[in-house]
Design a protein around this ligand. Structure first.
Ligand code: ADP
Length: 628
């Protein structure tokens, strides 16, 4: 039994191919985790890194509490089952299962006990004397599982174990492996390109694409709340329908207008988390609706289409069709006008029928046309507030508050501001009060729908805030992006300082031994780092590491102002940013400009800054990657 932790894992192959990027997950003991994605997305590479068959380029892998990056595969207490069963043809089933244990010099009596127990679990007791070639694919796969089982590992890794089997046997083995997982009470990590396998077996699924994790979630959450268009299209058959549309708020409804001019409406309440800027009737967004979430009507105000094909699959019927073109005629050639609908118990629909599709408003999905990320995040990323500038004040939500000095400088006389406020910038306080219309639990957070005219302002709130009550809050001005007429005038202050520098080593003799010391160099400042970080950087970039540049990131709160006498990065103060509640100095040092936090009243032309090596994250600028 074991839990696993993958923290910022990367894999760059010798040829420079970056197969896995920044993979992080906490896997609880006894979970059944599935890695799924199209061929080449990095599933096997990740699994092989966990097994120890592939080195980890950067990041940490823990099994239990032990860092195992450099541990030999045989010491990891992991068993791996491959797609090719990798059985020894000249050995019997018994010998195949006993082989690994014999190599470990386990007493024969114990080997026998383990093999018989595993054979019983897998129902292959009667084949123990057979050679693999006298067995079916399914039986061989059981032997391969048995070989892993006898080792009684902490973690089972399975790499497409069923892909050599026919469809019927695959379905049976799926059930068997799920049952095996339940009875063994062990952690399973399973790789497949088959989304049905993933959905039916995993307690949680990691969806990957081109080396990047797209979403980690339960099967139902992936199906109901896909984070992006890729996940939405990958999970579910037939695939989700996608259409380019424009959205327009019309009172209590949102009108969804398709490219051919046809439209349907959905209640605003179903899509209230979509940022208002997407509801302007101008911005093209991608609308997603699953075939099983569309109702078909012979007439009505749904989306009109012509049926091009009908597949009867017993109680289910799959209807394929084409939307009309902008002249209202049906066209077969344009992209993006096909539709698939799955209906139950209907035999009244035939090819060439003209029918109407009504999307279930509770099951609609919308994605940004460029980024393809959902517009219906469980927690919206930011709110937008209007601010009217009035001298040294601004009026937000009908309340007058001070206009921060920094805003005043940046807005150059603009009177109407748009504040993009990330939810973490809305904190309990007494500047504003809004009624709490609804509270929604999202994982372990509480999302409040605050009533703001005819739409909502979202905030994350504590237990004390109740539905039907009111919420008093203030804004953290420095975390807000300030815009006017669609143009960003002032960026939000980020939480980290990023500085570019180099890396070096010195070699000294200590008590007759050669000892290496490693340093991060930023301008005139040299920070000695722990040897393991030095070796890590060197192992990734080779001796080029002493020529490359690195990005050093430090949480702003960890940057200290020190006296001239101390070692540090020397900088020139060029400006101050006064946000009212918080103040920053704009500093130029080592040819770079950044902000440091300073006390009210602080004034200086020059500063010296210091930070500790353990507070610095190092990123490769050559291949965008967090090294340590
Ligand atoms: P998956 O298991 O999702 O099909 P893999 O993890 O096998 O994908 O491969 C991920 C990517 O890494 C692919 O583009 C593949 O071509 C590449 N790759 C795999 N092994 C190597 C290797 N030894 N050297 C270079 N590139 C590799």
């Amino acid at each position: 039994m074991a839990n696993l932790k993958l923290s910022h894992i990367y894999k760059v192959y010798e040829n420079g191919h970056k197969a896995v990027n920044d993979f992080s997950i906490d896997i609880a003991d006894r979970e059944f985790i599935v890695f799924v994605g199209p061929s080449g997305c990095g599933k096997s590479t990740t699994l092989r890194m966990i097994a120890g068959l592939e080195t980890i380029t950067a990041g940490d892998l823990f099994i239990g509490d032990t860092l195992v990056n450099d541990m030999e595969p045989k010491d990891r207490d992991i068993a791996m089952v491959f797609q090719s069963y990798a059985l020894y043809p000249h050995m019997t089933v018994y010998e195949n299962m006993a082989f690994g244990l014999r190599n470990r010099k386990m007493p024969e009596a114990e080997i026998k006990e383990r093999v018989l127990k595993a054979a019983k679990i897998l129902d292959i007791e009667e084949y123990l004397d057979r050679k693999p070639k006298a067995m079916s694919g399914g039986q061989r796969q059981r032997v391969a599982l048995g070989r892993a089982l006898v080792r009684d590992p902490k973690v089972f890794l399975l790499d497409e174990p069923l892909s050599n089997l026919d469809a019927k046997l695959r379905a049976t083995m799926r059930t068997e492996i799920t049952a095996l997982h339940k009875s063994l009470k062990t952690t399973f990590i399973y790789v497949t390109h088959d989304q049905v396998e993933a959905m039916t077996m995993g307690t949680r699924i990691v969806v990957m694409k081109l080396g990047y994790v797209q979403q980690i979630d339960t099967p139902m959450n992936l199906y109901n709340e896909p984070y992006n268009k890729f996940v939405a299209g990958f999970i579910g058959t037939p695939q989700m329908n996608f259409f380019d549309v424009k959205l327009k708020r019309e009172g209590d409804v949102v009108r969804v207008t398709f490219m051919n001019g046809d439209s349907v409406t959905i209640p605003y309440e179903n899509v209230s988390k979509i940022h208002p800027s997407y509801l302007d009737g101008e911005t093209v967004v991608s609308f997603g609706i699953r075939p099983e979430h569309i109702m078909l009507e012979k007439e009505g105000d749904g989306l009109k289409f012509i049926v091009t094909n009908v597949e009867h699959l017993g109680n289910e019927t799959i209807v394929y069709g084409k939307l009309g073109d902008h002249l209202g005629e049906f066209t077969m050639k344009d992209e993006g006008n096909s539709i698939i609908v799955k209906v139950i118990d209907r035999d009244d629909i035939a090819v060439d029928d003209v029918v109407y599709a009504m999307p279930n408003p509770a099951k609609v999905h919308f994605f940004d046309a460029k980024t393809e990320v959902t517009l219906m995040n469980k927690i919206p990323p930011y709110d937008t507030l209007a601010a009217a500038v009035n001298g040294d004040k601004m009026v937000i939500l009908g309340t007058e508050v001070a206009l921060p000095e920094t805003y005043k400088k940046a807005i150059a006389g603009a009177k109407e501001l748009e504040l993009n406020v990330p939810l973490e910038a809305i904190v309990p306080g007494n500047d504003f009060t809004l009624p709490v219309r609804k509270i929604e639990k999202v994982d372990d957070q509480r999302l409040a729908y605050l009533e703001n005219g005819d739409s909502y302002l979202f905030a994350l709130v504590g237990e004390d805030v109740k539905e039907g009550g009111s919420y008093g809050f203030s804004l953290l001005n420095e975390k807000i992006s300030v815009r006017a007429n669609g143009e960003e005038l002032l960026k939000a202050v980020e939480d980290e300082v990023a500085l570019t520098g180099t890396f070096s080593k010195t070699e000294v003799k200590e008590k007759g031994d050669r000892v290496l010391h490693f340093f991060y160099n930023i301008g005139d400042y040299t920070v000695e780092t722990a040897p393991e970080h030095g070796y890590k950087i060197n192992s990734i970039d080779g001796d080029d590491c002493y020529k490359n540049t690195y990005r050093y990131q430090i949480s702003r709160g960890k940057v200290r102002l020190v006296s001239e006498a101390e070692a540090g990065l020397t900088g020139t103060v060029t400006d101050y940013l006064d946000y009212g509640n918080i103040r920053f100095a704009k500093v130029t040092a080592a040819g770079q400009e950044f902000l440091i936090r300073v006390e009210p009243g602080f004034k200086a032309d020059k500063v010296r800054l210091a930070f500790d090596s353990q507070d610095i994250s190092v990123y490769s600028t050559r291949i965008d990657m967090k090294i340590c």
